[in-house]
Design a protein around this ligand. Structure first.
Ligand SMILES: C[S@@+](CC[C@H](N)C(=O)[O-])C[C@H]1O[C@@H](n2cnc3c(N)ncnc32)[C@H](O)[C@@H]1O
Length: 309
């Protein structure tokens, strides 16, 4: 039985065995493949389960005997759920099971959107514009699941503005944008400052897809890397500037990964810029890696600047 699991995280794949110990759920048996959008989730599954996993922006082609989809309002945005449901519908699996975490009414509403108009294929991508001083607005494309979808993030824009202003006028700059999302920060800086050589990293496959597409559309030559663990060792000490707008939902654990990467990636004298709403939370984390942290206020956000010694 060829089964595709969609929307599952490592913790969702456990059940208790006969001795009451946690084991990989029996319903994952047979020829099961687990799809993830984020490489972090893939690594977490591979660490705890013997399951074949695929991390990709879109679902793998079949044929599939069964597709099992776990979703709900607390697990992903409604638009991402609908987008994935449409991809599953287009795969035409022999059987489909919806593992819905939420109200029955919302579950039925989601299913009805495909059932009521099965031939309609919706495009969930969005296009919007952003700019920093000195350049005309440029167009970005985003997809459900990638940050930020349908709108620009003000914190990211504040970071791009500060970084572009501070490095304007310098010669060639090797720039690392970690947690690039659709490429907002790195690409705006690269458009504003000539001779920027850009590397972008994100753990989310749809962010990487969007960043690659946006770099191409904006005529910026950039290397885009899918990773939850920073840049490869060959890049250690090679960057002049690091920019990062980390997510803060994990008690600064991910911000810590970002700053550890900044410390490894920057050459002596290189500059690290991060952004957050409230400097008091991030500053102690940044101080673990850099002795001095300067706060620059912009758009209601705090951009934290440090120099690699
Ligand atoms: C707040 S968003 C910022 C996106 C973009 N830089 C902006 O400002 O609009 C944070 C990004 O970090 C990514 N991310 C989370 N954990 C990560 C990790 N361990 N390594 C790389 N990227 C990560 C997320 O997928 C998300 O795209």
């Amino acid at each position: 039985m060829k089964t595709l699991l969609v929307g599952y995280r490592a913790k969702d794949l456990f059940e208790k065995d006969r001795r009451g110990r946690l084991a990989t759920a029996s319903w994952t048996g047979g020829d099961t493949v687990c799809h993830t959008l984020d490489i972090y989730d893939r690594h977490a599954i591979e660490k705890t389960h013997h399951l074949r996993t695929i991390c990709a922006p879109h679902l793998p082609a079949g044929p599939w005997d069964l597709v099992r989809f776990r979703t709900g309002p607390k697990l992903m945005s409604g638009e991402l759920a609908l987008d994935l449901l449409q991809e599953i519908h287009l795969l035409k699996p022999a059987k489909f099971e919806l593992d819905y975490v939420g109200r029955e009414r919302d579950r039925n509403d989601l299913l009805a959107k495909i059932r009521d108009d099965p031939d309609r294929v919706r495009d969930f991508s969005a296009r919007w514009k952003a700019s920093v001083p000195g350049i005309e607005p440029v167009e970005f494309t985003s997809f459900p699941g990638c940050f930020c979808h349908r709108r620009m993030d003000e914190g990211g824009l504040a970071l791009a503005e500060v970084a572009a202003r501070e490095i304007a006028g310098t010669d060639a700059v090797n720039l690392l944008d970690m947690g690039c999302g659709c490429g907002l920060v790195g690409l705006l800086v690269a458009k504003a400052v000539p001779r920027v050589s850009l590397v972008m990293v994100d753990s989310h496959s749809r962010a990487v897809e969007a960043a690659e597409m946006n770099a191409k559309n904006l005529g910026v030559a950039a290397e885009v890397i899918l990773s939850d663990n920073g840049t490869p060792a060959r890049m250690d000490g090679t960057f002049d500037v690091f920019v990062g707008n980390p997510p803060y939902y994990s008690d600064y654990r991910i911000a810590d990964v970002f700053l550890e990467t900044a410390k490894r990636a920057l050459r002596p004298g290189g500059a690290c810029y991060t952004v957050c709403k409230n400097a008091a939370g991030l500053e102690p984390v940044q101080k673990r890696y850099f002795p001095e942290v300067e706060t620059i206020r912009r758009r209601g956000y705090a951009v934290l600047r440090s120099v690699m010694v």
